[in-house]
Design a binder for this molecule. Sequence first.
Ligand code: GLY
Length: 414
Amino acid sequence: MLFSRRDFVKTSVAGAFAVGMKTPALTDSKLDAARDQEASGPYKRPIIIAAHNGFNYLDDAFAFLKGGGDTLDAALRVVQGPENDPNDTSVGLGGLPNEEGVVELDACCMHGPTRRAGSVGGVHNIKNVSLVSKAVFEHTGHVMLVAEGAERFAVDVGFPRENLLTDHSRKIWLLWKEFHSNEDWWGPGLADPHWQAPGIPTKPQAELWKERVEHLQARAAQLGIEPERQMEAVRKVMFPPTGTIHCSALNEKGEISGCTTTSGLAFKLPGRLGDSPILGAGCYTDQDVGSAGATGSGEENIKVAGAHTIVENMRHGMSPHEAGMDALKRIERTYNGDMNKLRFVDMVYYVLRKDGAYAGVSLWQGYSEGHPHTIAVHDGTKRPEVTTSLFQGWSQDFPPEPNVPDDVRKQYLK
Ligand code: GLY
């Protein structure tokens, strides 16, 4: 490693200034277009909205919903897809693990018609935590179960225990350990030909970053990560993601439900809970109003109770777009609009009103240029839709690392 984490922190503010902060502004024309779209009701029902990684599972869930299936079961059909997919590193089987290499899952759900809710957090060894969150309200008088108790409950009601750490996620975790290897005993030791003495950087930042990315990619290759997935692994190590899936579903009768499931922030401290298992933050549904959910920086969303805030905003007359934008502005307010902090935060809200009006809104346009945030929508036509963002520009993921010079990002991190 070329410089220490302390050096990163010292250089991060200067680096952020060096790149030049984009002006945070949702252009009037964009907001007007969003409002026009909303004003064009009546809206279609049934409808399902989900995070982008639910896209491939919408057809089946929509057919189920149209055939009279329950709204929560329809939403659970969507989120189970990524939970069961070993190649989706954001959730369930194959989710990126905590800092000890253990996959630790969170989920919650709300059933509008019966006003029931369930939640589980910090669960090991059980893939479909979204279904376990439903089982909590079906089989107990509780709302939330965590950690070992939640795992034992899941096994008691019939969920199988299984190893959730795929070889691919384990290798990304090992790469992450080595990323910090000048601070611990992981990675090349003194006797290893690849060992480099930590030193005071003497080269320009761009060159150091280039070397750093190349070094990580070389290690990814040595760890056996397939060539086409090496840069994706490097990006996940440099910018640990908070991948998650939310889904809300509304039927023709106006019944509505929602659920959110995640493996949480990659490489988190064991025991860390984000927003996904928190009813009112990662997901909230009120049969009288609508449903909302979140993917993104869990810590920030908990502080603004994002999903509940959005539903309450709609209850008081805001449109789905306005309701979501207001919640995003509360995140902006958390940091008094300080872009040097807000650029390390990101959030996508999925908002569905009881009459079928919906919105996808985000703090930033996406994680990196050319990769805008999208929501997956099915109302008879399945499609991705780009979110309306509060800020123009692209976020970096939490935790904040120093700015990666744009030319290095373009060359290596796409
Ligand atoms: N939004 C998912 C998490 O922060 O855990």
